[in-house]
Ligand binder design. Structure first.
Ligand code: SF4
Ligand code: FES
Length: 246
């Protein structure tokens, strides 16, 4: 395939940045989206130009670091991570616009790389348990109802990629925060911090400058791990419950 790429280039956080046009040929439909960017970067490097900076690590949908906006959609046209998006989702002659996550709480560091440490600070505010872990306990030592275990597990699959924020017109981090709160608040091990966790994580989310939820639902449609919208309802329920306990 031959592609026209329009890529956001920004030297550093202070630079205004802008879209730069590139042409790339010999793109195989078997390449991942990141391999396509690798190919462009090889070409730029051989031409003595600065390669496009983008985040990536595991390249298998686990670490959550690879998110970019592709043709206006977080992670592109398929509900997956950018590293797991294959070039067969595009066709010869396509024009592809590639931009970084856009959110006040995710400032651009360079090109397509944004600073997502605001998510780390939300986790630091309450995304942990204080129960002693020690060696692996006997599987049935702490009974957990099957429905709670399943819901906790589903929410635990959040990889912190930030697509929910990037796809939200308000730049809200409610789906991310709700996944973390729902995962830990459903389990007995998370019980001791049940109230302080939700109060502190929501407080940190607001302090970081994320917007509020207005139930548009874009987040859950963009989420590569299909964290359900009901997790946000659960976050609100947990928050009200914690407030009522003083
Ligand atoms: S909720 Fe989904 S979109 Fe948001 S950070 Fe977690 S995995 Fe990514
Ligand atoms: S590089 Fe780890 S999820 Fe994409």
């Amino acid at each position: 395939m031959k592609l026209k790429l329009k890529i956001w280039r920004q030297k550093d956080a202070a630079d205004k940045g802008g879209i730069v046009d590139y042409e790339l040929d010999e793109v195989s439909e078997d390449m991942s989206f990141l391999e396509m960017l690798d190919t462009l970067n090889e070409k730029l490097t051989l031409d003595g130009q600065d390669p496009v900076a983008f985040d990536h690590d595991c390249r298998e949908g686990i670490c959550g670091s690879c998110g970019v906006v592709i043709n206006g959609e977080a992670h592109g046209p398929v509900q997956t991570t950018t590293c797991q998006l294959q070039m067969r989702s595009f066709k010869d002659g396509d024009e592809i616009v590639i931009e970084p996550w856009r959110s006040r709480a995710f400032p651009v560091i360079k090109d397509l790389v944004v600073d997502r440490s605001s998510f780390d600070r939300i986790i630091g505010a309450g995304g942990f348990i204080t129960a002693p872990t020690g060696v692996a306990p006997e599987a049935h030592a702490t009974p957990v109802p099957k429905a709670d275990a399943d819901e906790a597990f589903n929410n635990a699959t959040c990889i912190g990629c930030g697509a929910c924020v990037a796809s939200c017109p308000n730049g809200a981090a409610m789906l991310f925060t709700s996944a973390k709160v729902t995962h830990l608040n459903l389990l007995p091990q998370g019980g001791p911090e049940r109230e302080s966790r939700v109060i502190n994580m929501v407080g940190q989310m607001d302090a970081e400058g994320f917007g509020g939820c207005t139930n548009t639902g874009n987040c859950t449609l963009a989420c590569p791990k299909e964290i359900p919208f009901t997790s946000i309802a659960n976050l609100n329920k947990e928050y009200r419950r914690a407030l009522s306990k003083g």
